[in-house]
Design a protein around this ligand. Structure first.
Ligand SMILES: [Zn+2]
Length: 219
């Protein structure tokens, strides 16, 4: 019960703009197994990377794939708090947007955080998902490797190590955090696949499976 109240308080305090009415959350009779915070990268005027061949915006794909991840986690019994639920940014300026994301990502009681992004690189041959954790964070490293392993298994790709990094969205004290780069918008195959609903769902299920593998200690 205490956990349920904490989740509700976190949602009301950190996911609602002061001027906006809060949306009631129904958690059901059973408390959720885990509390996961999902961050969909970019939004609003910050569209992130642009697909080289199709012009698709990273911010559109983070929302589409992120929502699939959210539903996959909810189907697996998790309570999911999203940093955004639509195409808009969280604030008018990048600085304020990131500050609000940071506040949500630090919500009390979270078991882990997952940020969804798309990659881009000068060498157009580079493809596939990558996972980043905050350098020096052992729990983040374990989470990132669980997600990486689930992704490579689901997509039939060669095993790939999670990468250490230093990103704002993984720099969260005491909460395991991973930044998932779902694929490269500079690679023709990835750019095409990332826009296909079936591929988005495979990514989402794999990310959810990887998160659960970490949280349940299955690895
Ligand atoms: Zn990004």
């Amino acid at each position: 019960m205490k956990r349920t109240l904490t989740l509700l308080l976190s949602f009301f305090l950190l996911n609602c703009a002061p001027a906006a009415p809060c949306t009631p959350v129904t958690l059901g009779t059973e408390p959720p197994a885990y509390f996961v915070i999902l961050d969909y990268g970019h939004g609003g005027r910050d569209c992130g990377a642009i697909g080289v061949d199709t012009g698709v915006r990273e911010s559109e794909l983070t929302l589409l794939i992120g929502e699939r991840v959210a539903r996959a986690l909810e189907d697996r019994g998790c309570f999911v708090l999203r940093t955004r639920t639509g195409p808009d940014a969280l604030a008018d300026t990048k600085r304020d947007d990131m500050a609000r994301r940071g506040a949500i990502l630090c919500s009390e009681g979270a078991d882990c955080t997952v940020s969804i992004h798309m990659n881009k690189f000068a060498d157009r041959r580079v493809k596939g998902p990558m996972c980043y954790y905050q350098a020096g964070a052992d729990s983040g490293k374990a989470l990132a490797q669980c997600v990486m392993d689930a992704l490579t298994a689901a997509l039939g790709r060669d095993a790939r190590l999670a990468n250490p990094g230093n990103n704002y969205v993984t720099r969260i004290p005491s909460v395991p955090s991973v930044l998932v780069e779902c694929g490269f918008l500079s690679n023709p195959e990835d750019e095409r696949s990332l826009q296909e609903p079936a591929y988005q769902q495979r990514l989402a299920d794999a990310i959810a499976d990887g998160v659960l593998a970490y949280l349940t200690g299955g690895k």
